[in-house]
Ligand binder design. Structure first.
Ligand SMILES: C[S@@+](CC[C@H](N)C(=O)[O-])C[C@H]1O[C@@H](n2cnc3c(N)ncnc32)[C@H](O)[C@@H]1O
Length: 357
């Protein structure tokens, strides 16, 4: 005990308390999203707990305690004089507005969805074998879909595809595209809507993700998308696609080298592979010192990405920050790609690589 520095101990307790509060906050924020509390506060605030509860037809006592928690944690504002609660424009962007680049509610969905995985992961730490995406249930896929939605829905077609030489013209005329690891197919839908003369196949190994994708495609009323589980219908082995896209897939697939080889095989000779993957440094030490959200991403990795990459006995387990620029260059060259370019597209979370044969 004598070695303990009291000031440091107090600081550590405070930090740990904040982490525990953040754990509770995942569940309480998801409730706020599902019950429309954040949106209601934006629409009706500044307001009292009675006014908010009434507007949303909820029980006032529960709403009041939710507001107390959300205020103490800093997501909701409280005015002392008026004794009213409100949501700031910044909180609205992050917690409510799905069309804002800062929207992060999907992170809470995914974090909460993986809490039950703790039971299985105890065993994984002993056996080495992790969990597939589907082992987490449907909410994890849903959270991931919401997290990536801004780029996939609003930036892919107008900003990213024009960086691929001739691709907008090619798809306008009519091409064939594979969106591999399509998740909820937000990216596939954005492309299929923009290029009605082209055909799209969304591949995903997760049935939960494919369920989301089927519902989203049906809602968009598109007939130029086919959704496929590659376990049931493998990607074609001959030159087929003008464009292959992967949005945050390679780092969490158990066999990244096999997938990269499959992508190489199914691309036309003059086709392109647009690969989005997590932006990170080449070493843990650099991530520790310089990555602004390394803690969040390594957390995601243990629970979701590396977990998925280790879901088979011989899985590569690259991890969320594991498919670095240098490794991407090395692995794609080994598969036969001769062109490797990092696209000049600014994104806080991801890098964008353009690969050609
Ligand atoms: C992080 S999620 C990204 C989903 C989607 N692209 C997005 O941006 O929202 C990765 C997805 O890749 C899928 N996946 C992993 N390995 C795959 C493979 N070998 N073939 C097809 N899909 C795969 C997972 O099931 C999961 O849905």
């Amino acid at each position: 005990m004598s070695d303990i520095n009291q000031k440091k101990l107090e600081g550590f307790v405070k930090q740990t308390g904040g982490m525990v509060a953040a754990g509770f906050n995942c569940a309480i924020s998801v409730l706020g999203d599902r019950l429309g509390l954040f949106k209601g506060l934006w629409d009706h605030g500044p307001c009292t707990s009675e006014q908010l509860a009434q507007a949303l037809s909820l029980h006032e006592r529960w709403v009041r305690e939710w507001l107390y928690h959300q205020t103490c944690i800093g997501q909701v504002d409280f005015s002392d004089e008026a004794a009213m609660f409100s949501l700031s424009p910044e909180a609205h962007a992050v917690l409510v507005d799905q069309s804002h680049p800062a929207f992060l509610m999907g992170g809470y969905d995914s974090a909460l969805a993986v809490f039950p995985a703790v039971e299985k992961l105890e065993q994984s730490f002993r056996s080495g074998i992790g969990m597939s995406y589907d082992d987490h249930g449907p909410n994890c896929a849903c959270g991931i879909e919401r997290m990536g939605a801004f780029t996939n829905q609003y930036q892919l077609v107008p900003e990213l595809l024009p960086l691929v030489p001739g691709m907008t013209e090619r798809l306008t005329a009519g091409g064939v595209v594979a969106d591999v690891g399509c998740g909820g197919a937000i990216s596939t839908i954005a492309m299929a809507q923009a290029f009605p003369n082209s055909q799209f196949i969304g591949y995903d190994t997760s049935e939960n993700a494919l369920d989301r994708a089927r519902a989203n495609v049906a809602e968009a009323r598109l007939t130029n998308i086919r959704l496929v589980n590659p376990f049931e219908e493998a990607m074609p082995s001959a030159d087929t696609f003008d464009l292959v896209t992967t949005f945050d897939v390679i780092h969490d697939t158990p066999y990244p080298d096999a997938l990269i080889a499959d992508i190489h095989a199914c691309l036309k000779q003059d086709g392109y592979w647009l690969c989005e993957d997590i932006r990170g440094f080449e070493s843990f030490q650099e991530n520790l010192r310089n990555h602004p959200i390394a803690g969040l991403l390594y957390g995601f990795s243990v629970m979701v990405c590396m977990n998925s990459g280790m879901s088979t006995a011989d899985g590569a387990g690259l991890g969320t920050l594991g498919f670095t620029h240098d490794l991407a260059k090395e692995m794609t060259a080994a598969a036969g790609f001769t062109g490797f370019l990092q696209l000049p597209f600014e994104n806080t979370m991801n890098n964008y690589y353009l690969l050609s044969k």
